[in-house]
Design a binder for this molecule. Sequence first.
Ligand SMILES: [Zn+2]
Ligand SMILES: [Zn+2]
Length: 206
Amino acid sequence: MESFELLLAESTRIHGHICAGQVIGVRMSIAALERIGISDPKGADRKKLYVLVEIDRCATDAIQSVTGCSLGKRSMRWLDFGVMAATFVNLETGRAIRVTAREEARTLSATYCPAIVDKYQRQLEAYKVMPLDELFVFQEVKVQVPDCDMPGRPIRRVRCEQCGDWVQDCRERERNGAILCRSCDGERYYQVVTDMDRVSAAPASS
Ligand SMILES: [Zn+2]
Ligand SMILES: [Zn+2]
C-alpha cells in the first residue's frame, strides 16, 4: 500500500480540504486493512473488501479514498448511527474489524503538539503521530452481509403497485398483499409541488 503521506494527500484532494477527519480516516483505514489482510484494496483485493461506515462526516471521505470502496460500487454501506466508527470486512476470509475513534484522543492530542495554539490545528497534527491505541479502539467482529447488499447485479427488481416506481435489491415492502416502494409505505421524504402550491407561492400582482 502507498505511504500515509500519499494517501492523506489523495484523500485531501478528493475531500476538498485537510482536516482532522482526513487524518483519522486515513490512519483508521490503513490499520484496519492491515488487520484483515488486505494489502491492495484498489487492485488485486478490490473485490474482497467491504466497508460499513457509521457516520457521514469528513472521515468517511478518507475511508472511501483509501479503500476505494464507495456507495456507487456497493462496496461501502452507510449506516446512519452517528458514531465515528467503521467496520472493514474481508469477504474472502470473513475477517472483520470495527474501528472506533476514541473521544479521549481530543484531550490527549494536547500532550503531543503543545506548541500549536489552535486546538483544531493541534489535533490534526497530533493525530498524525499519536499511537494507534490512543486514537482508536479495534474490535474483531462478525458481519453477515446480506446477499441483497452485495456488489453485483440486482437480485430482484419489482414494481411498486401504487406509484409505479421500480424497486431494486429487495427494498420493496409488502403491505396487505400489495408490493410497495418505501415512499408509498409511509417513508416518503418529499412532497410533490402542485400547481396549487405555485399559485399560492406567487407574489400577488398589484
Ligand atoms: Zn473535512
Ligand atoms: Zn411507490
